[in-house]
Design a binder for this molecule. Structure first.
Ligand code: HEC
Ligand code: HEC
Length: 219
């Protein structure tokens, strides 16, 4: 049911002007649909996340250097999609691939981990970018990105659009380059196209703006 809703929402979004010429990457793998359909248990998810803490930290706040994202507070649908994409190789992540291919991890574990992470408060030290570029970043974000990632950088769970507010500056910058150059693998074509026109200062500015946005309030 959830998946069908997502498809309808995607179809609907094609009529939203800001997302008009957009190729939305639809979930294609059966594993993704199956995992989205499972009820996640945050308590079990906490246990399953044990292996992941070495990189993502115990509070899932990630690291301000080294490209390790904050996962706390991220939409469960986004976490599940990214994990399934990393498993299938659609998203290129050699550092993590072995961890998500552990034979004892079932789809239920991934649903549990997503429930746990999305329920966590956003705490810890989050890397910031250059303050002087924030106003420029805000203007770029409002023009190019808010239509998909939301006015407060809150993302859109039903469309698998990640929350970007309060993410580490260095991770955001790294993803922008990977998305632009196609080395992330699962990047959205519309985003890559937009980012081709961004100067290095534009890339830093939009990342600095997002990193300093407060965590969006959740319903
Ligand atoms: C060896 C370090 C390492 C371990 C262990 C690790 N990760 Fe990661 N993870 C990363 C890195 C690095 C990235 C970002 C890669 C990139 O730039 O695309 C990432 C990205 C992610 C993302 C995508 C986040 C986003 O915003 O798109 C999720 C979800 C995730 N990890 C969950 C997990 C889970 C769950 C585990 C345990 C099963 C785990 N990770 C174990 C290093 C690690
Ligand atoms: C058409 C909708 C759309 C637009 C416009 C868009 N994005 Fe995205 N963005 C996405 C989707 C979808 C993903 C997740 C990609 C995937 O899973 O295939 C994403 C992922 C990201 C990520 C990676 C987040 C993470 O946690 O790993 C960053 C950073 C990002 N977008 C920044 C931007 C910026 C900056 C802009 C404006 C220049 C922008 N996006 C415009 C849809 C969009």
């Amino acid at each position: 049911m959830k998946y069908r809703f997502a498809l309808l929402a995607v179809a609907a979004s094609l009529f939203v002007p800001a997302c008009a010429q957009v190729q939305v990457l639809l979930p294609t793998s059966g594993e993704l649909q199956a995992t989205l359909a499972l009820a996640g248990d945050a308590k079990r998810g906490k246990e399953a996340f044990g292996e992941c803490q070495t990189c993502h930290r115990r509070d899932a706040s990630g690291r301000s250097s080294g490209g390790i994202p904050r996962l706390s507070g991220q939409h469960a649908s986004v976490i599940i999609k990214q994990l399934m994409d990393i498993r299938s190789g659609a998203r290129i992540n050699p550092e993590m691939k072995d961890y998500v291919l552990e034979p004892e991890l079932t789809l239920q574990h991934f649903a549990d981990i997503a429930a746990y992470l999305s329920s966590l408060p956003i705490v810890g030290t989050l890397g910031r970018g250059p303050e002087d570029l924030v106003p420029r970043g805000r203007a770029l974000y409002v023009r190019d990105c808010a239509g998909c990632h939301g006015e407060q950088g809150e993302g859109r769970a039903e469309l698998f659009h990640p929350m970007l507010a309060a993410q580490h500056y260095s991770y955001l910058l790294r993803e922008l380059l990977a998305i632009r150059d196609g080395t992330r693998g699962n990047s959205n074509a519309a985003m890559a196209h937009l980012l081709k026109n961004y100067s290095p200062d534009d890339q830093r500015a939009v990342s600095a703006y997002l990193a300093q946005l407060p965590p969006p309030s959740r319903p």
